[in-house]
Design a protein around this ligand. Structure first.
Ligand code: ZN
Length: 267
């Protein structure tokens, strides 16, 4: 299975329209279901000028933009493969790169990840300074501030790929699962943790009854739901997705083996 194929609806594109229409949780669920079975394509394509450079413009050839998104995803997955294999290069993670990117930035990808201390995008994708626009919040949820950050990375910095990265044993997701089951923590009383949990609640409620590992299912659903929220919530990003200039991928990070698994194709 080639998850990076253009026909993959796991990546929001023209074929991913259904996800944006009301941010369907059913579609999110199906999307998340595929996460466990995806396998990344090993080839690492060179970074294209589109991935490096200026924001895509409306009249840009779609093929060029799509190549940018695909190259970005392949670069991410190649970096994660190096990390998992213990062959990380740590390129660009030094004072030399610090100086190179001091004046400007053109990250090739945007990562919406959990704030969990074990899920550091630059580390697990083996990327350097200036490579990734990393937006991190507990539970990798989408609110106005997060959505604005994602928009900025695409519209002003030229990123052509947004990856929403959920992760195994996510504490924010587990807290939401526990709270909905009536086992909320007393220590959360008076905090804003409930507000965060409310953003994760739709994914938790979509977990099929009897799921063997409801937290892990909710993690995948939550990432897919956030991707759908981005599509539904931002008209400029949605326009770029429909024009083939931007893709959104939901993915799951495995804390045990370090592997990032994007969603597989639905159709
Ligand atoms: Zn987490």
């Amino acid at each position: 299975m080639d998850i990076l194929a253009k026909r993959s609806p796991a990546i929001l594109s023209r074929r991913g329209l259904f996800l944006g229409a009301g941010a369907s949780l059913a579609a999110s669920a199906a999307l998340a279901e595929g996460m466990r079975h995806a396998a990344p394509r090993p080839a690492a394509a060179p970074r294209s000028a589109q991935a490096h450079g200026a924001p895509a413009v409306a009249h840009a050839p779609v093929k060029t933009a799509v190549d940018g998104s695909e190259a970005a995803l392949q670069r991410l997955m190649a970096g994660n493969a190096r990390y998992v294999a213990g062959r990380a290069t740590h390129a660009g993670a030094d004072i030399v790169r610090t100086r190179q990117v001091a004046a400007s930035q053109s990250p090739f990808a945007t990562i919406l990840a959990c704030a969990d201390s074990r899920v550091a995008p630059e580390v697990i994708f083996d990327q350097g300074l200036g490579d990734l626009f990393a937006v991190r919040v507990a539970g990798n949820v989408v609110d106005d501030a997060i959505l604005a950050s994602l928009e900025y990375s695409v519209i002003h910095l030229g990123s052509t790929l947004i990856m929403v990265l959920g992760h195994e044993r996510c504490g924010a997701v587990k807290a939401t699962v526990d709270a909905l089951a009536g086992h909320g923590s007393e220590e959360d009383v008076g905090t804003r943790i409930g507000a965060l949990a409310s953003l994760i609640t739709p994914a938790v409620k979509a977990v099929p009854p009897g799921a063997a590992d409801p937290v892990d299912v909710a993690v995948s659903l939550n990432a897919a739901h956030a991707a759908a929220e981005v599509f539904a919530g931002s008209a400029p990003l949605r326009a770029r997705i429909l024009a083939g200039q931007l893709r959104i991928v939901a993915a799951r990070y495995d804390l045990d083996d370090g592997r990032v698994t994007p969603t597989r194709a639905l159709a």
